[in-house]
Ligand binder design. Structure first.
Ligand code: PRP
Ligand code: URA
Length: 209
C-alpha cells in the first residue's frame, strides 16, 4: 500500500493556516499555494537518486553529486492543480509539464474528463501529480488511471489537503502510489467538501466565485 507522508514543517503549517482563512483573498491564496508547493516538493524529492560527478571548482577538482535516474514530469489536475506548478518547477526547472483536465460533477461528485495532454516520454519519467484537494479521491484516482494507461509506472501524488476518504480511495485503487499532504483533515461533508478544508480551491485560486 502507498505511504502517506504528512508534512508538519512549521513554515508549511503557517502558510496553510492563512490559506484556510476565508478572509484570505485570491492574490495571497495564489502566492501561498506556490510557496507551499515549493516547500513540499523539496521534501517529496528527498529520496531521488544521485550520482557522483567530478566538478572543477575555481580551487580544485571536487567529487560532487547530481540527480541521476528518471527525469521528472509535473502533471497538474486542472484547474486547481495549476496553482502548484510554478512552485514545483521553480525547484525542478527541467521538468516537463503535462495536463489532465477533470472536474467533479456537482451532483454525483464523480470526475468528468475534458482534457489530457502528457509529455510523449512520460512513461520514462517520475511523475509528480499535483492537485490541492484530495476529497473523495475520484479525481486523483482517475488521473492516476490515465497516467498508467500511458505507461507511467512511477507516480507520486502531492496534495495540499486530504480527507481520509480520498486517501483510502487512492490507496485502494492505486496501492503503488505514495501520497504527500500538508494537511490531513477530518472528513467530508454532505457535499463532499473537505472539513475543515479551505473551501473550493479552484474558485479561491482563480477568483471565480
Ligand atoms: C477539485 C480539486 C480536485 C477535486 C477533488 O476540483 O481541485 O481536483 O475537486 O475532489 P475529489 O477528490 O472528490 O475528486 P474541481 O472538480 O472543483 O475542479 P476545478 O479545479 O476546475 O475547480
Ligand atoms: N474540491 C475543493 O476544491 N474543495 C473541497 O473541499 C473538495 C473538493
Amino acid at each position: 500500500m502507498g505511504n502517506v507522508h504528512v508534512f508538519d514543517h512549521p513554515l508549511i503549517q503557517h502558510k496553510l493556516s492563512i490559506m484556510r482563512d476565508k478572509k484570505t483573498g485570491t492574490k495571497e491564496f495564489r502566492e501561498l499555494l506556490e510557496e507551499i508547493s515549493m516547500l513540499m516538493v523539496y521534501e517529496v524529492t528527498r529520496d531521488l537518486p544521485t550520482e557522483e560527478v567530478e566538478v572543477e571548482t575555481p580551487i580544485c577538482k571536487a567529487t560532487c553529486r547530481k540527480l541521476a535516474g528518471r527525469k521528472l514530469a509535473v502533471v497538474p489536475i486542472l484547474r486547481a492543480g495549476l496553482g502548484m506548478v510554478d512552485g514545483v518547477v521553480a525547484m525542478i526547472p527541467a521538468a516537463k509539464i503535462g495536463h489532465i483536465g477533470l472536474y467533479r460533477d456537482p451532483e454525483t461528485h464523480e470526475p468528468v474528463e475534458y482534457y489530457c495532454k502528457l509529455p510523449a516520454d512520460c512513461n520514462e519519467r517520475e511523475i509528480l501529480l499535483v492537485d490541492p484537494m484530495l476529497a473523495t479521491g475520484g479525481s486523483a484516482s482517475a488521473a492516476i488511471g490515465f497516467l498508467k494507461q500511458r505507461g507511467c509506472t512511477h507516480i507520486r501524488l502531492i496534495d495540499l489537503i486530504a480527507a481520509p476518504e480520498g486517501v483510502a480511495r487512492v490507496q485502494a485503487d492505486h496501492p503503488d502510489v505514495d501520497i504527500y499532504v500538508a494537511g490531513m483533515d477530518e472528513r467530508l461533508n454532505e457535499h463532499a467538501y473537505i472539513v475543515p478544508g479551505l473551501g473550493d480551491a479552484g474558485d479561491r485560486l482563480f477568483g471565480t466565485k
